[in-house]
Design a protein around this ligand. Sequence first.
Ligand code: NAI
Length: 339
Amino acid sequence: MRSFLLRSALKRGAIRSFSSESAPERKVAILGAAGGIGQPLALLMKLNPLVSTLSLYDIMGTPGVAADVSHINTRAQVAGFVGDDQLGDALKGADVVIIPAGVPRKPGMTRDDLFNINAGIVKGLCTAIAKHCPGALVNMISNPVNSTVPIAAEVFKKAGTYDEKKLFGVTTLDVVRAKTFYAGKAKVPVESVNVPVVGGHAGITILPLFSQATPATNALGAEDITALTKRTQDGGTEVVEAKAGKGSATLSMAYAGAVFADACLKGLNGVPDVVECSFVQSTVTELPFFASKVRLGKNGVEEVLGLGPLSDFEKEGLEALKPELKASIEKGIKFANEN
Ligand code: NAI
């Protein structure tokens, strides 16, 4: 009898934890959904009870991914869309569009080496977003994020749909890495760690603010902080090299993308105090786009938060990253206006 009661209580609990009765309808579209990031991201978004419709778009392979993911017994209704002709239907009514479309790095490549291919892909997809779901929050994963976000902004400006509160470069993986690496070095439980990461999303433009990490620790010296900073900045390259030609981070990126999209959905649904780092239009520095903590709300960005107090090491890092970040932003704007 007791075990029956326990089982039914567990069952009721499980049902409650997946309950979607109070969550509003939300459509999430993933563009590039059949790729290395797209597939696990589709899985994670299918598990998110805030999603009512999950739209999976790619230039190939999405019918299979959609059929597979659709069998999971969670709330989201899943549909696959393939090829240009179906892009409009994939996007129509979307609240959040996540873009992991494009080519990833191979060993020896920088994120900027991807520019020539990915800039065109992002431009095309953003043109379609402006037409079919101009009010959606756009989560840009495609690299180089430092340039693809400015490209998206220019495309939306030209279409007359730009809302700076709704365009996000996804830098969550840098935060995820900074948390993991810090927890390992400081020997604190990783679930309790917070580390803001600011700047951009490539090499030295990634600036983790370990001086603001919580829980704070006295256990780390200057050398440790330098090493942690470098490891966070090179985290992507660590994975690219380990995968030896088979792409870049996909599983950890899918996790990070799902965390960020979940934060966007919570913000849209009116959950208070949802704060994540993201690369957004910004006045935090003199650069027009910059990653920092952002409060998310019903219209996307509710507030771009400042940098807070920086250590001398971080102040140096901030000055050092500006020329590269500025050049990447300008490269994106130039591409969007010339092509
Ligand atoms: P992948 O090559 O495995 O998948 C990319 C997918 O995009 C493929 O399925 C491909 O068919 C699709 N695609 C290409 N052109 C398309 C178009 N016009 N419309 C829709 N889909 C299109 O690559 P992966 O590993 O999934 O990486 C995707 C992107 O994410 C890369 O640009 C990579 O650099 C970036 N990335 C970003 C990270 C970040 O922290 N923001 C971290 C890791 C990767």
